[in-house]
Design a protein around this ligand. Structure first.
Ligand code: ATP
Ligand code: MG
Length: 722
């Protein structure tokens, strides 16, 4: 048998893994060392050499996108589509099993998968049934409690309740929720795994059927499996189905969602006769990028320990750009992409990575302005996000009451006790009287055709909008938007969602306030409120950019896992942003943040650019951020600081920022010329080399005799001309 097409393009270690005797195999290796490639080639090997049929192979990937990519690569290797292969995420595969065995799973045939919004609605209903006060027992907290129990594989009845009121209450809600879901045939995400795991356990015959059917299971990104996923694999594989798992402990970034790095160590104990292969050669990145990643991750204490090397050449240094603010940062990125494209490169080879979704807005704005097609991957574009759409609906109503779509969207958001019946009565009234929903609400109140609770709730809705509209035209746009977000109680509502999600939604809402602040600064001619609404609608609706084939890829660091791009930007490299401020609170979190940074760096193939902003307005506040400590952990010799060239050679004069508060300034202007000798209270004497920016952002580069060249913010530098 000719195996050259499967093995030729592999190195010795990879070959050893691909052609390993069919038994349990763990490939533990760093980023870009070909783990995913090994999985793909091993599947091809199993089919061609071991003669396994596609239907007897199960491959588990982290995202559906990864599954699709893998399928394409196998098809290419084998020159035919691998029909019947079980490919997918844990959730996808579990779902498929439950559909096939709904009876065994004790589910109705047409059971429904519910998303987290539906889930929350059910939880609230349960809490109301138990007369729990939502202010004392936030439903979102109960939701995250339930989800994390499910991730751990724990049913309500097994919760250790002891004398703890909190645990008792949560267990009670969990139990009520389980019953409610069971009655109406609803299955949430965690339940998919938990339920199919139980099917294996309770139904030995069915399990045996699948253990006969599957002859091999392969898992990518194994380091991010959680407890129930691991248990699921273990039960299914038993001692019968060989497993191939690949992973990298340095890339475990889902601890906050229950992933357990320890599963890597458990694997060798739990799966007997397992073989381990290490891959240490990186094929993805230049040695500069790789050295940076190695330097950074060496700061983590608990590692299984491996060192990556490459035969790639050094390549270009890592660019570090210090922006004045987030706008400057976004423009810089857009400019770099223009240069990149001008040199004949593809935009789709560029990725912009950020820590939190809210950071994308400023960059999206710059891309729209500069006509850079982009696609936000693994997340919604800013103006498409639920909380932003809700806020915009309120803003639109303040502007124009007869916007029916906006009424529909927020009449009961946040929930104010308006039932479906009332809403459909209002719709009916509007239809019969040919009026808008807003008019219908008002008329029905006047006519007294709404009763009691419903009437009160509708009146409340009307009052909120009218209250906000009062004097709205005299307010600056951002104040108005801030009022809307607060008084509509949207912030409270979205913020009560526990964990990262709730926080992200609040961050996004604050970011919307920011957007209006910037907006005022940019557009003075049109009436700001209507201009802003129009722009937001255009941004959200016009998805041309998304359909553009060659577009820049924007995503969070988390969703960049497993991917690679010739040019990578890591933006917002600032303390508090990345590492995220919350990581200081929990032990172990800073190491997880560092691993996330490692994931980011190792996505880059040819060139890595890092940026940070000295001041940043994010989440509604302007802040000075120190540069991320992660940058200091990268060997300095690999980094090149970028300074924009300023070709103007006339004498430079800078307006002092913030004149009044600058009490010591003798005059409001300080003039320096390029090449002029100056003195600084700390750094001593030096020569002016360059300058950039204006007003409060004006900076000056001085080559100090003792300290070398430095950039200083002029308004703080206290320089004196000599
Ligand atoms: P990550 O940890 O980021 O998921 P990985 O270990 O899965 O990375 P791959 O994505 O499989 O790595 O491989 C990284 C890159 O190196 C890919 O472009 C892959 O095609 C290439 N590569 C891997 N092994 C070889 C090889 N032996 N020869 C040439 N290229 C290779
Ligand atoms: Mg991979």
């Amino acid at each position: 048998m000719d195996v050259s097409h499967i093995l030729d393009s592999l190195n010795d270690e990879q070959r050893q893994a691909v052609a390993a005797p069919t038994r349990n195999l763990l490939v533990l290796a760093g980023a870009g060392s070909g783990k995913t490639r090994v999985l793909v080639h091993r599947i091809a090997w199993l089919m061609e050499i071991e003669r396994l049929t596609p239907t007897s192979i199960m491959a588990v990937t982290f995202t559906n996108k990864a599954a699709k990519e893998m399928r394409g690569r196998i098809e290419k290797l084998l020159d035919l589509p691998p029909r019947g292969l079980w490919f997918g995420t844990f959730h996808g595969i579990a779902h498929r099993l439950l559909r096939a065995h709904w009876r065994d799973a004790n589910l109705p045939e047409n059971f429904q998968i519910i998303d987290s919004d539906d889930q929350l609605r059910v939880i609230k209903r349960v809490m109301r049934d138990h007369q729990l006060d939502e202010t004392k027992w936030p439903p979102r907290q109960a939701q995250s409690f339930i989800n994390s129990q499910k991730d751990e594989g724990i049913r309500a009845e097994y919760i250790e309740t002891s004398s703890d009121l909190y645990m008792r209450t949560m267990a009670m809600v969990y139990k009520g929720y389980e019953e409610q879901c069971q009655r109406s045939g609803m299955v949430d995400f965690g339940e998919l795994l938990l339920r199919s795991h139980e099917v294996w356990l309770n139904n030995p015959q069915l399990l045996a059927h699948y253990q006969d059917r599957f002859r091999h299971i392969l898992v990518d990104e194994f380091q991010d499996t959680n407890t129930i996923q691991y248990a699921w694999l273990r039960v299914l594989a038993g001692n019968r189905i060989p497993l191939t798992v690949v992973g990298d402990d340095d890339q475990s970034i889902y601890g906050w969602r229950g992933a357990k790095i320890e599963n890597i160590q458990h694997f060798q104990n739990d799966f007997v006769d397992s073989m381990q292969v290490k891959l240490e050669r990186n094929y993805r990145s230049t040695s500069t990028i790789l050295d940076a990643a190695n330097g950074l991750i060496a700061n983590n204490g608990s590692r299984l320990g491996k060192q990556l090397w490459t035969e790639e050449n050094e390549g270009e240094p890592i660019d570090l750009y210090s922006a004045f603010n987030e706008q400057d940062e976004a423009n810089y990125v857009a400019d770099c992409i223009h240069d990149w494209v001008k040199k004949g490169n593809l935009r789709s080879d560029v990725a912009i990575l950020y820590r939190s979704n809210a950071q994308s807005r400023v960059i999206e704005d710059a891309f729209i302005r500069q006509q850079v097609p982009y696609r936000v991957y693994g997340g919604l574009r800013f103006y498409d996000r639920m909380e932003i759409r809700n806020a915009l609906a309120y803003i639109r109503l303040v502007h124009y009451r007869h916007d029916d779509a906006a009424v529909e969207r927020v009449i009961n958001v946040p929930p104010r006790g308006i039932g479906n019946k009332t809403i459909s009565d209002i719709r009916e009234h509007a239809r019969m009287q040919s009026v808008t929903l807003w008019q219908a609400c008002n008329e029905m109140i006047e006519l007294g055709s709404l009763k009691g609770r419903a009437a009160n709730a509708i009146q409340k809705f009307i009052d909120v909008i009218e209250g906000l509209a009062e004097g709205a035209t005299d307010l600056p746009l951002h104040t108005l938007v801030e009022n809307v977000i607060n008084e509509s109680l949207l912030k409270e509502f979205h913020g009560s969602e526990k964990g990262e999600k709730g926080q992200a939604r609040v961050e996004n809402l604050n970011e919307l306030i920011n957007a209006t602040r910037d907006f005022e600064a940019e557009d003075e001619e049109m009436e700001p409120l209507s201009a802003f609404i129009a722009q937001a609608a255009l941004d959200a609706g016009e998805n041309q950019a998304e359909e553009h084939e060659d577009s820049v890829q924007m995503m969070t660091l988390h969703s960049a896992k497993g991917l690679e791009y010739p040019l990578v930007f890591m933006v917002g490299m600032e303390e508090g942003l990345f590492p995220h401020s919350r990581s200081a609170e929990e032990p172990g979190r800073i190491e997880e943040e560092r691993r996330l940074c490692y994931v980011g760096i190792t996505r880059a193939m040819q060139k890595l650019v890092m940026t940070h902003a000295e001041t940043r307005r994010l989440y509604g506040q302007e802040k000075f951020h120190a540069i991320s400590p992660f940058i200091r952990e990268i060997p300095a010799s690999l980094i090149q600081e970028v300074r924009l060239k300023n070709t103007v050679t006339r004498p430079v004069s800078f307006q002092r920022a913030n004149e009044e508060s600058w009490a010591t300034a003798a005059s409001s202007e300080a003039a320096f010329q390029l090449g002029q000798l100056v003195s600084h209270p700390i750094f001593g004497e030096g020569t002016v080399l360059n300058y950039e920016g204006q007003g409060p952002h004006a900076r000056i580069q001085v080559n100090f005799l003792s300290e070398g060249s430095k950039w200083l913010v002029l308004s703080y530098a206290k320089l004196e001309a000599l």
